[in-house]
Design a binder for this molecule. Sequence first.
Ligand SMILES: C[S@@+](CC[C@H](N)C(=O)[O-])C[C@H]1O[C@@H](n2cnc3c(N)ncnc32)[C@H](O)[C@@H]1O
Length: 367
Amino acid sequence: MSANPEMLATADPALSERFAERIGGMINDSAVIVMIALGHRLGLFDAMGDSDRQTSPQLARRTGLAERYVREWLSVMATSRIVEYDPAERTFQLPPEHAASLTRSASPDNLAVTARFIPLLARMEEPIMACFRSGEGLAYDDYPCFHEVMAEDSFQTVVCALFDTIIPMVPQLQERLEAGIRVLDAGCGRGLALVEMARRYPCSEFVGYDLCAEAFEPTRARCREEGLDNVRFEARDLRDFDEPGSFDFIASFDAVHDQADPQRLLDGIARALRPGGVYLMQDIAGSSHLENNMAHPLGPLIYAISCVHCTPVSLGQGGPGLGTMWGEELARSMLESAGFGHIVSHKLEHDPFNVYFIASHDERPRA
Ligand SMILES: C[S@@+](CC[C@H](N)C(=O)[O-])C[C@H]1O[C@@H](n2cnc3c(N)ncnc32)[C@H](O)[C@@H]1O
């Protein structure tokens, strides 16, 4: 199959040229994003963010990396105007305004963390092509370092905002956590938010369930070393989650749409809450209807992550493949079907990717 030459002949040349320029720009920018992710992982931005002008050999020495590769990386950064280049001195500098978006000390505003999703998507080209042909899905361990990339991202959106923004959103939650309650993180991944809460609220008990033990294993090991004994993790397929009246507060961070059976999980969560309990669901901000997402600033990225990750991991478990952009309308109606009578949603300034639903059975949750 190829485009019909008669149809091509009807194309407006000016529009064609503008479109080709746009695609050329996108190709250029995508190459830069891959190099940004690499620079983040190798600590190159961090080594530039806290120092003045450096030559390529100086940066190579500081980072312990091979100079020939560092020089080539710096050339990408210079030609894309991410770093400034002084040809007389052959020095490079990361301006402070750029360091504010690309270094670890800029966290939670470090966009290099989000950039990591792009090479991760690209590495999946072959298996995803096979999925397009077969209609089948994939397993989590088909994805190289997914849990690591996810944890770095949710550290910025969830952990960094946990105590100042997210917990205070839920009425009386902080007081009840201090007094001592039972908490579940459903689909906890690395479980970093859970551990932060366990440290801060020693009277409460924290449980993290996730399909993939390798996601939370490094965190569990750290908790053991630290002697943190009010948090535990368990490898669980939440498709049959059913622990009635067991928890006072349940959270899920960006996890429901990936599940084998999202509706059954929500039903189970509704049953698992004790009287006065609350469910906090962080999930993707957007509409269930494509036509409403046409102006969504992150629309292409979210649908791409959906196509290459969220849809296949759900289909791979025999799930419905809701996709990342399952949307707020569907999310709300599924929460209602689960029996939640009181649902409010919040958008938080620091996290444009997500919406935060607070769902309870009672009008006035106690947490
Ligand atoms: C997008 S990740 C989010 C992880 C974590 N909450 C975070 O914010 O970093 C979705 C998580 O859901 C888990 N998950 C997917 N299907 C599951 C299932 N059937 N049962 C339990 N967990 C599941 C995955 O293993 C993964 O860790």
